[in-house]
Design a binder for this molecule. Sequence first.
Ligand code: ATP
Length: 248
Amino acid sequence: MAALQTEGLVKRFGALLVTDDVSLDIRSGELHALIGPNGAGKTTLINQLSGELRSSAGRVLFDGRDLTALPVHQRARAGLLRSYQITSIFEEFTVRENAMLSALGARQHAWSFWRPMLANPQARAAADEAIEAAGLGAFVDTAAGELAYGQRRQLELAMALAAQPRFLLLDEPMAGMSVQESAAVTALLQRLKRRYTILLVEHDMDAVFALADRISVLVYGRVIFTGTPDEIRAHPEVRAVYLGEEST
Ligand SMILES: Nc1ncnc2c1ncn2[C@@H]1O[C@H](COP(=O)(O)OP(=O)(O)OP(=O)(O)O)[C@@H](O)[C@H]1O
């Protein structure tokens, strides 16, 4: 597990200020949710944390180590991993093979090169544990291309877990899911909580309030409040800006 801090994080796209002086403190072992209206800058912030976007100013600290200048793969190697990058699934590979490629750190490479390594017992054990944790135990030998949409999202989570991260960045894991699928993922995250430190961006407020230890509210690129679900519910500005909007 690991803790993540940002200090004065800024992102500008030309004249547009999208991340505005964000200082977050995500504690080791907590599930921290980031909520905010459409266009508030949640995905941009996640991209700055994962390393997909360079910040215009500010720092990202992971267990006290400054990762600000590091690219995606080095942040991933340090244990800060983003899930839900649907493009990284190999359709013709089975669920187990996809998770094993992830366990082997092989997601960026041509699969043919890695095929002999699929015999690696450690990678297989890590993959199987991750698949089980992600709720896909019954589908280890199914080709990824045959999975239903919700199961693909579970596979992405399994792939992230197989890489044995210490911190998971989850960007809208329930997006596009049916009510049942989203309830299944909520239950799954409930089980994964504590084993990992998690930053969750999610529009599904039922899931957020059921899962989060603390919630940060982002509005126009600024964190206007961080608190427990009860504090968030009771906060007048948050109610007006965000929860009020959700209920209309
Ligand atoms: N590469 C880019 N170039 C210019 N503007 C961008 C870029 N990426 C994002 N933006 C702008 O930054 C703002 C925040 O976008 P972002 O996708 O981070 O918001 P969000 O909170 O994740 O939204 P949603 O909840 O709808 O996913 C938007 O106004 C968007 O148009």
